[in-house]
Each structure stands twice: as structure tokens, then as C-alpha cells.
Ligand binder design. Structure first.
Ligand SMILES: [Zn+2]
Length: 305
């Protein structure tokens, strides 16, 4: 079944039309209106109409949408920090312009669903899709399907507090997080977290890309930073393993593009596992940028079937 997916981000709204084997046929990005709710809904409607016309299926084309944030399962309202529609039922507002209601999901959940179905987690029973980019979040699938989430949230592992045994021996501060708490993993293992770690250690502003590039060229202090980042990120993998025990963790987001990121994480992760625990597969995502839209499209087709 051909289908469409719309990945809604803070800077762009990306629509993709997928073939019946879930390959991208065509993609179109437009800028996300940042200040006006009605402009934002109009932009979404424009992407929906583009998909409907392109497919030739009009309103019978299954289309799903993914956003970074929480969707309240009881009220349908979405809560997200970067969109003018936060606090609103996006599907309901959009339905006024397109005469139907489209399903909406969290983008980390969409990522996990996409990678568990024809992606890097294909063939594994329990797959965690972990995004490490600007933020850190994850989704969980069992047998290729998402699990029910009481609060409509992703696995918000980026906002789990980092354990004292990680911070104290490294003499790292407890950094505040955008969520209002302090010491969240996201502040240490996201792209910004890697940059903060670098700035803290070397005493000057650094960007994550710069640290990775310098480490790859053999600069010793940056190699040490990347190694420290990997050890802290492995502590997050351990928490995921202890909580969910997946047989596969698929990495996505900008930091999953670090060369040799899998062995870099596997080594400290292996040393942290308890007793006879076996290591799950750690893999990088296959579908990359298309995962949000692809996962949302999978959800939309399943709602029809
Ligand atoms: Zn937080």
C-alpha cells in the first residue's frame, strides 16, 4: 500500500511519499512556521494536499505524522517545546482544512517503528531506537509493534538522572536541563552534551562536530573527550538494558554518524553489563533522515488494516 508520512520538526516539515515496500518515492521540505499557529496548521495542510495529489489516491492515501514531543493519549493535545502548536490537538485543528483526521505520533517512537520494520532492527523481537542528536530520546517496539504508552511519551531516557558513580569520579558538575531538572543524561550525551563536556574539560567553547573531527584526525585531547562521552553514553545503554532488556538497540540522530560509534560504545557497555547478561545488538539506523516520516506512515497504514 502506498502511504505518506510527515515529519514535523522545529525547523522543517518534511513530507514523504512511500512505495508499497516503504521506499521513499518523493520528498518535500518546507520551513516550519515558528510564530503563528494558523500558519503552522496551513503549512501542514499544504504538505498533506501535496502528498494526496502526488499519490493520485486523494483522501484514501494513509498519512501519519510525527512530532518531537508528547501526545496526550486522552486529550490528543501535543506538548513540544519548538512548535507553535504546543498544547493543541494538532490532528483536530488540521482536520478543518483537509476534511479528515490524521494520526500523530512521537518522533522517537516513529524512529523505532521504522527501524524495527525493514530497518536495522528487522528480525529482532525487542528493539529500542535511541536517538542521540540535539536531544536524546528513544522508542520501544516488541515484535515490530509499539507498546502502549500511558502518557503518550517516548522512552524519555534523556531525562533520566545521571548516576552519582558516573559524575563523581569524573568530577563533573550537575548541569541543569531544559526540562527543569538537573543532571539529566541528555546534558552529557547529546550533541550539545558532548560540546559541553569538551568546553568543560578544555576551557573553551567547542562544538560536537569539531570534537569528532579532531578526534578522528588523532588529536589526543579530543580523542580522550570522545572516549569519555562513549563511557557516559554506555551508562545510558546499561540503564536501557536494565529497564527493557531489548535484543537490539538502534542508534539514530547526529551522533550515530560518529565513525565507528558502535565499537566505541560496545566496549564500555560490555564492561558495565551485570553478571552473565548478554550484550544486545548495537546497530546504526538504516533509514536515517526518513525514519520519522517512514514510522508515521507505517502507523497510518496499520490503522487502516
Ligand atoms: Zn531533562
Amino acid at each position: 500500500m502506498i502511504c505518506g508520512g510527515i515529519d514535523i520538526g522545529g525547523t522543517k516539515i518534511e513530507a514523504r511519499l512511500f512505495s508499497d515496500d516503504l521506499a521513499t518515492v518523493e520528498m518535500r521540505r518546507i520551513a516550519t512556521p515558528k510564530d503563528s499557529l494558523s500558519d503552522f496548521i496551513d503549512a501542514l495542510a499544504e504538505q498533506v494536499r501535496w502528498l494526496e495529489q502526488l499519490s493520485g489516491e486523494a483522501q484514501s492515501l494513509p498519512i501519519g505524522m510525527a512530532i518531537p514531543g508528547l501526545i496526550d493519549a486522552q486529550t490528543g493535545r501535543a506538548f513540544t517545546s519548538n512548535l507553535p502548536a504546543s498544547g493543541h490537538d494538532i490532528g483536530l485543528l488540521l482536520s478543518n482544512g483537509i476534511a479528515r483526521r490524521l494520526p500523530l505520533m512521537n518522533d522517537c517512537q516513529a524512529f523505532a517503528l521504522s527501524e524495527a520494520n525493514g530497518g536495522a532492527g528487522e528480525g529482532c523481537r525487542s528493539v529500542v531506537g535511541l536517538i542521540m542528536g540535539t536531544g536524546v530520546g528513544a522508542g520501544l517496539t516488541i515484535d515490530g509493534r509499539l507498546t502502549e504508552r500511558f502518557n503518550g511519551s517516548a522512552l524519555e531516557v534523556g531525562h533520566i538522572g545521571i548516576p552519582a558513580h558516573v559524575l563523581v569520579p569524573r568530577d563533573l558538575p550537575i548541569w541543569p536541563c531544559g526540562c527543569g531538572k538537573h543532571g539529566c543524561f541528555e546534558q552529557y550525551v547529546s550533541g550539545n552534551g558532548l560540546a559541553a563536556l569538551g568546553s568543560h574539560r578544555l576551557g573553551r567553547p567547542l562544538k560536537a562536530e569539531e570534537i569528532v573531527a579532531s578526534a578522528m584526525s588523532g588529536q589526543a585531547d579530543h580523542m580522550a573527550l570522545l572516549s569519555e562521552w562513549a563511557h557516559i553514553a554506555a551508562e545510558l545503554l546499561l540503564i536501557i538494558q536494565l529497564g527493557h532488556d531489548p535484543d537490539c538497540i538502534v542508534l539514530g540522530g547526529g551522533l550515530s554518524g560518529i565513525p565507528d560509534v558502535v565499537p566505541m560504545l560496545e566496549k564500555p557497555f560490555q564492561s558495565l553489563l551485570l553478571g552473565e547478561m548478554r550484550m544486545p545488538f548495537i546497530r546504526t539506523a538504516i533509514h536515517g533522515d526518513s525514519s520519522g516520516a517512514r514510522g508515521a506512515a507505517i502507523m497510518a497504514t496499520r490503522q487502516l488494516s
